[in-house]
Design a protein around this ligand. Structure first.
Ligand SMILES: [Zn+2]
Length: 411
C-alpha cells in the first residue's frame, strides 16, 4: 500500500527491498509498514515494563501473570500457537514482534522449562506457578548429578515442594529425549532455586528498552535488516567506473536544502529509471524516441543528460563557470557528483555538487517544458534558488550561503 503511494500507483521502477535502504545505501529510508508496526509493539513492551501494575496494564498484567509475567516470557523460547492461553490479537502481535528479533542461543544448561515450544503437554507449552515461584525454571534442575531425570520421591526430597504426582509426570514426560541425551553423564550441579534473569539486561533489551530518544529507527532497522537488498544499479555502474564511493554518492543530495524533485532527478538517473523516451519505449512501444532537444537522435539517458549538442553546450558553459569561479582543476563527474577530493577542497566541491544537482534538474525541466537547455537561464535558476533559501534558518541552507559567500558567486 505504501509502495503504491510512493510510485503514485504507476509501475514500480525499483524493488521494494531497495527503497527500504537508508539514504546512504541508495534507498529512500522508506518505512516498511510491518516493521513500523512491530516497532510500535516493542515500544508497548517498553512502556509496560516501566510499570507493569499500572491501571493501564491491568488486563495485560493479569493475562501474562498466568505465564510467569511478561518479563519472564520475553526470555522464553515460546511459540504463540503452543501457549496454553487464548491471547488477544494484540498480545499475540507483541510476542511475535519480540520473537522476530530476540535470538535464543540454545544451551541445555540455560534452557527454561516453561513456555518452551519444545516442551509440550497435549501440544501446549507448560507453566506451573508453584514450581516457578519456588525457583524451578531450568530443565537442568530436573536432572540429578549423574545427568539422569529425578524420580518423584527424589525430586520432592531435593526441592521440598508439594507437587502432585500428576504435575510431576506431565512435566517430566514432556522433556524431549534429545535433551535427556545432552545431560547424560554430564557433570553438573544446577542451583536449588533460581530467579529469572532480566530481559532488560540482554543486549537486545538494552537497545529496545533504552530511555534514550531516537531509538525507534534503530529498533525498526532490526526488523528491516533482513528485507533490504543492494541496488542493482551499483553493479551496472561498476562496469564503467571503478572505486565508486557509493555511500558518498547516495548521501550527497542530503547535504543540501533541495526540493524532492531536484533530488529525484539525480536519484533516478543513478538508479537508471529516469523516464527518458528510450526508457519509456520499453513500457509503451509506439513512442517517438527522438530527443526532446535536438529532435534527431534517440533520447537515451546519456544522450539527453550528456551527449546531446544542447546539453553538451550547457555542461561546457557550466564547466567554464566552475573553473573560473570555484575550482580551477575541475574534472567532470556529472552522474555521481564529485566525491573524491581532498578535504581542503571540501567547500569548492560542496558548491560543484550543488551546481551539478541543479543542472541535472534544469535539463529535466527543459525536457518537460519543451524548451532547450540554456546556460543563462540556468544561472537565473541558481540565483532564484539562492534567494529562496536565504531567509531559511535551516543548517544546510546556512552552510550553502556561507560557502557561496567565500567564493563570491551568486551574491
Ligand atoms: Zn539530442
Amino acid at each position: 500500500m505504501l509502495s503504491n503511494f510512493l510510485w503514485k500507483n504507476k509501475t514500480h521502477y525499483m524493488r521494494k527491498s531497495v527503497v527500504l535502504n537508508e539514504y546512504g545505501k541508495g534507498g529512500l529510508n522508506f518505512i516498511d509498514f510491518c516493521s513500523l508496526n512491530s516497532t510500535f509493539k516493542i515500544n508497548w513492551i517498553k512502556q509496560y515494563l516501566k510499570n507493569p501494575t499500572s491501571i493501564w496494564n491491568f488486563i495485560s498484567h493479569h493475562v501474562f501473570s498466568h505465564l510467569g509475567g511478561l518479563k519472564f516470557i520475553l526470555l522464553c523460547n515460546y511459540n504463540i500457537q503452543k501457549i496454553p492461553l487464548k491471547l488477544s490479537n494484540f498480545h499475540q502481535q507483541v510476542l511475535l514482534a519480540w520473537a522476530l528479533i530476540y535470538k535464543h542461543n540454545f544451551s541445555p544448561h540455560i534452557c527454561y522449562i516453561w513456555n518452551n515450544c519444545n516442551i509440550l503437554y497435549k501440544n501446549k507449552s507448560l507453566f506451573y506457578d508453584k514450581w516457578f515461584n519456588n525457583g524451578i525454571l531450568l530443565v537442568s534442575q530436573l536432572f540429578n548429578s549423574r545427568g539422569l531425570l529425578y524420580n518423584y520421591s527424589k525430586f520432592l526430597a531435593r526441592y521440598n515442594i508439594p507437587i502432585t504426582p500428576k504435575e510431576f509426570s506431565i512435566v517430566f514426560d514432556a522433556i524431549p529425549s534429545g535433551l535427556c541425551i545432552l545431560f547424560k553423564n554430564a557433570d553438573h550441579s544446577p542451583p536449588l532455586s533460581l530467579s529469572p534473569s532480566d530481559p532488560l539486561e540482554t543486549s537486545l533489551g538494552k537497545l529496545c528498552f533504552s530511555l534514550n530518544r531516537g531509538m525507534n529507527s534503530k529498533v525498526r532497522a532490526l526488523f528491516q535488516g533482513d528485507l533490504v537488498s543492494v541496488p542493482t544499479a551499483t553493479f551496472y555502474w561498476s562496469n564503467f567506473v571503478s572505486n565508486i564511493n557509493w555511500k558518498k554518492v547516495w548521501s550527497l543530495p542530503q547535504k543540501f536544502l533541495l526540493t524532492n524533485k531536484v533530488k529525484e532527478v539525480s536519484f533516478k538517473l543513478i538508479h537508471r529509471f529516469q523516464p527518458v523516451k528510450h526508457f519509456l519505449q520499453k513500457l509503451k512501444n509506439d513512442i517517438d524516441v527522438k530527443c526532446s532537444f535536438c529532435e534527431s537522435l534517440p533520447e537515451t539517458c546519456s544522450h539527453l543528460f550528456w551527449y546531446c549538442e544542447f546539453t553538451h553546450e550547457l555542461w561546457n558553459e557550466i564547466n567554464t563557470f566552475i573553473v573560473a569561479c570555484i575550482f580551477p582543476d575541475y574534472y567532470k563527474n556529472v552522474l555521481f557528483g564529485a566525491c573524491d577530493h581532498s578535504s581542503k577542497d571540501e567547500n569548492a566541491f560542496f558548491l560543484v555538487n550543488l551546481i551539478l544537482l541543479l543542472a541535472k534538474f534544469h535539463i529535466y525541466k527543459c525536457k518537460f517544458t519543451n524548451k532547450k537547455t540554456n546556460f543563462s537561464v540556468f544561472l537565473k535558476e541558481m540565483e532564484q534558488y539562492i534567494s529562496t533559501i536565504s531567509p531559511s534558518k535551516n543548517k544546510k541552507a546556512i552552510k550553502t550561503l556561507n560557502v557561496l559567500c567565500t567564493y563570491k558567486v551568486f551574491t
